[in-house]
Design a protein around this ligand. Structure first.
Ligand SMILES: O=C(O)COP(=O)(O)O
Ligand SMILES: [Mg+2]
Length: 226
């Protein structure tokens, strides 16, 4: 089988394990509203997720053409602070697991896989969300967006997760939803399964050269059959 030697699994969070769009959109729109800026619907905001909170806020601010957040540091800092405060309050309001995630993680754990979450989401939010959804115990390692000097699509978070799990990259497999996950894995030399239901930042995961593309999380089990 294609992934026979893979014993350590690295999972992206937003768009792969959890659908967090409603709560991220709520926090972003509350921020924009307080700043007197236009707000956006969930369909627009979902394409802005995956590069970390700072990029989401920048994309929200830049949605208003008159403002260039790169040039307006003060506005960006204020927006960021407000966003983090709002998100902390709402992060478990509507966020849920995609179908089959809990059962599949359980089966993978039973089969002996070691698992990590490697996300660009700010680290302080990751534990509370995993605990609220009762999937925290499946993961031995969690790498969040602010834990290292560089985020995905840099390969560093993936390689760091491997090091902490005590595995070589020849034993690892990435599962993610966006260009960031695919590029990070490809640069790290780790194969990658892409899910097609997530937030692919406007670029179809099929075009990005993932080793496999699956439409449902449960299909991982079939792909990993030894
Ligand atoms: O951009 C985020 O905050 C979440 O990103 P993730 O898809 O890496 O979990
Ligand atoms: Mg993602």
């Amino acid at each position: 089988m294609r992934f026979r030697d893979r014993t350590h699994l690295l999972f992206d969070l937003d768009g792969t394990l959890i659908d967090s769009v409603p709560d991220l959109a709520k926090a972003l729109n509350a921020t924009l509203q307080e700043l007197g800026l236009p707000t956006y619907d969930e369909a627009t905001i979902r394409n802005w997720i995956g590069n970390g909170a700072a990029m989401l806020v920048k994309r929200g601010l830049a949605g208003n053409r008159q403002i260039d957040p790169e040039q307006d540091e003060a506005l960006f800092s204020e927006a960021m602070e407000r966003f983090l405060g709002h998100y902390e309050r709402v992060l478990n309001d509507a966020t849920g697991l995609y179908p089959g995630v809990a059962e599949t993680l359980d089966a993978l754990k039973d089969a002996g896989y070691t698992m990590a979450v490697v996300t660009n989401k700010p680290s302080q939010f990751v534990g509370p969300i995993l605990r609220n959804l009762s999937i925290d115990s499946f993961f031995d390692v969690i790498v969040g967006g602010e834990d290292l000097p560089r985020k995905k699509p840099d390969p560093l978070p993936l390689l760091h997760a491997c090091e902490r799990m005590g595995c070589g990259k020849d034993q690892a497999l990435m599962i993610g939803d966006s260009a960031n996950d695919i590029l990070a894995a490809q640069t790290a030399g780790i194969p990658v399964i892409a899910v097609s239901y997530g937030y692919d930042n406007g670029r179809s995961v099929r075009e990005l050269g993932a080793d496999e593309v699956i439409g449902e999380f449960t299909e991982i089990l079939k792909k990993l059959q030894r």
